[in-house]
Design a protein around this ligand. Sequence first.
Ligand SMILES: Cc1ncc(COP(=O)(O)O)c(C=O)c1O
Length: 438
Amino acid sequence: MVKRGPGPQSQKIVREEGEWLAPGIQRLATLAGVAMSAGQGCVLEDADGREYLDFMAGVGVASLGHSHPRWTSAISSQASRLAVGSFASETRLALLKLLASILPEPLRRIQLYSGGSEAVEAALRLAKAHTGKFEIVAFWGGFHGKTGGVLPLVGDPFKRGWGPLAPGTHLVPYADCYRCPLKLRHPGCGLACVDVARQQIEAATLGSLAAILVEPIQGTAGNVVPPPDWLPAIEEMARELDALLIVDEMITGFGRTGAMFAFEHTDTLPDILTIGKGFGGGYPVTGVLTTETLADSDPWSRPSSSSSSVGGNPLASAAALATVETLLEEDLVGNAQQVGECMLERLRRMQERFHFIGDVRGRGLLLGMDMVTDRDTKEPLPTAIMQRIYQGCVERGLLLMAYGPRVRINPPLIITEEEAGAGLDILESVFADLAPTL
Ligand SMILES: Cc1ncc(COP(=O)(O)O)c(C=O)c1O
């Protein structure tokens, strides 16, 4: 086996960067310790020419894989013509039309941004503008970004140390069935977590609920898939409370879950949809999609009120247009569904073999595992062991988000069954070596 991981060139670049780069970049980069120099399809190459299968895709960003010829040529040809500005352009027009054609009819008003947090914040401002109310409910385990307006809506201790946070925000339980906070089982539970959410909203809010903000599958929490009747129940609750439903599809959108959008797996229709990550295939472009009526809400609709400096500029539009066209033409949504099912089946077989895999779940190419010391207590596998697993994968040529006990697998949507199988062979070999020590 060829040993991968930090070679001399990687070590030199990482060491020198370390003199200038502020701490706090993604853990996956720090722990891998490699410098990347190129990418092609599902394979990344480091500065020493060592290759890695990519099961991270820049955390769900590289939907077309790396250096897709159509995407690179769209960007370079647009860059040589016009990159900047919010004036109308043929490219943005084509993108807007295409987006409208793949979304349910009412969601036909689109505003474009460059960051995910920025788009979610714009969605919250829109909800407040439309309803005239100011409170927002989000979920335990949820993640919507790190900026001031969304930080209080992060449903884990990540936000500690940055208080005080914006008031008017509330968190309720997500349908994380493997770790059900009510210790119940679906479907016998009758979605008791939604009843608790209702009670929490009743007890904690000030009667001014503008919106419920939800990930249809929680990405950062560990690719946690709620049962199919949960999102419709949340939508029903939003309607009862006269609040808007904002579905954050930053990770789940554009085919990742085997449908163009994850809300389409259930019978729900968001009032506002936020998109990003895989939408631009690696170019930073995000968006808010909503109805005609909502988009008209004052002050969101005033000139310069919902826009941003680089959102949807011609270069961003060209990247997103090429990405979405490619997704459609190469049927990458279907591929995500098909390869995702094979991967899920293989992970389930691994679960039978290794007692430390407590849970396996997923939809399309958004797959997750809970790693435990004991299946009864569900005690998470210690971080030190997870980091050994992560580094073991890197050394054998596989990049996947396995540095914490909730493993996330989200390869590019172009991945073939053979590549998926090869990556899972590596993961299984790392588990097999670890098994006798656990
Ligand atoms: C569901 C969701 N929303 C919003 C964000 C924030 O995106 P960004 O990091 O581009 O600000 C993320 C980032 O991971 C996310 O997963």
